[in-house]
Design a protein around this ligand. Structure first.
Ligand SMILES: Cc1cc2nc3c(=O)[nH]c(=O)nc-3n(C[C@H](O)[C@H](O)[C@H](O)COP(=O)(O)OP(=O)(O)OC[C@H]3O[C@@H](n4cnc5c(N)ncnc54)[C@H](O)[C@@H]3O)c2cc1C
Length: 304
């Protein structure tokens, strides 16, 4: 065990602390070098204590969910990646509310809600994120978004205190929340759903997922829509109008199926993804005067 790992050995069992873990194996874009330490907590205490040590000792940390909206650099991450995933993913129901720990997958929530004839989470069934990542990003699709169903969110704030925030406290906006602005860690969330017709709910989920399969390059690694929707435009349409559909740099490509997606055609490096992102931004800016802003979070050092 190296010296960084040793600092956490008094609070976590050894199997929850891994050194030099490739981020390409923990993100859906499948690029990125090693994180010095990769910690997978299984309860709130382990999250709190890990972050407490990081803050007290000035160790950089990054909270990772399912890795479906982040791209790590080829150099990886110098510090601790705190992976809130499967080991912290309990889901419980109480009448029309559902409480999920941050590591639960949105797809599981959506299907469990459907099995109980509860409507409201159909939009989320095809979003490959965790509850923590989805609340942080205010994930949304097909007219639905987390802001419409989140009732309360339990967070760990920057000062190490646990708070229960209401929907309005979360200040949800387009792909944003107060957690993003204030560096909070999401521990769990309660979702308020409505009674519905089970067959209708299941059919909506199937329909939305069929639309995804038809319109999105789901057979390639990606981070979903790479850019935010600029006000008054669609990022994919602007990229297509700039003639960039199918354009590649190294193993990174603007999807020929959906120009809003940057895909990894097999052996992309993080630098290919970054260089293609910059090229798309510059070309679209020149052609249409719109600066595309990435929705995907780029972590680590990218500029050569
Ligand atoms: C094929 C595909 C389709 C997609 N479709 C959609 C879509 O339709 N709509 C949509 O909105 N998104 C979509 N996405 C993007 C992505 O799935 C969502 O943004 C998702 O909510 C990210 O969740 P995650 O757990 O993977 O977060 P990660 O990618 O792990 O992290 C994203 C951000 O959230 C933060 N974070 C994660 N967990 C926590 C936590 N517990 N506490 C605090 N911060 C946290 C991270 O630090 C990071 O800044 C798609 C992605 C893919 C690959």
């Amino acid at each position: 065990m190296n010296s960084l790992a040793q600092r956490f050995s008094s609070i976590l069992p050894q199997e929850r602390i891994q050194s030099d873990v490739l981020m390409s194996e923990n993100t859906t874009m499948r690029v990125g070098g090693p994180a010095d330490l990769f910690i997978s907590p299984r309860n709130e205490d382990e999250i709190l204590e890990t972050l407490c040590i990081c803050k007290a000792e000035g160790i950089p940390f990054f909270v990772l969910g399912n890795g479906s909206n982040v791209v790590f650099s080829d150099e990886g991450y110098r510090g601790v990646v705190l992976h809130i995933g499967k080991s912290f993913s309990d889901i419980t129901f109480d009448d029309q509310t559902l409480e999920a720990k941050a590591g639960a997958m949105l797809s599981s929530l959506s299907h469990l809600a459907a099995s109980r004839s509860l409507t409201g989470l159909e939009f989320a069934s095809g979003i490959p994120g965790s509850v923590g990542g989805a609340v942080f990003m205010n994930a949304g699709a097909y007219g639905g978004e987390i802001a419409q169903v989140a009732d309360t969110v339990t967070v760990l704030s920057e000062d190490g205190a646990v708070h229960e925030l209401s929907n309005s406290d979360m200040c949800f906006g387009y792909r944003s929340s107060t957690a993003m602005k204030s560096g909070m860690t999401i521990l769990s969330a309660v979702f308020r759903l409505q009674p519905g017709d089970k067959d209708q709910i299941v059919s909506t989920i199937e329909d939305l997922n069929a639309r995804r399969r038809q319109k999105q390059p789901l057979n390639y690694p990606s981070s979903g829509s790479f850019f935010k929707r600029p006000v008054g435009y669609f990022a994919g349409a602007l990229i297509e109008q700039a003639g960039l559909k199918g354009y590649s740099i190294g193993g990174a490509q603007v999807s020929a199926l959906h120009a809003g997606f940057i895909i990894n055609t097999g052996n992309a490096r993080a630098s290919d993804i970054y260089n293609l992102m910059r090229y798309v931004q510059e070309t679209v800016l020149k052609q249409s005067g719109v600066m595309l802003e990435p929705e995907v979070r780029l972590i680590g050092s990218f500029d050569a």
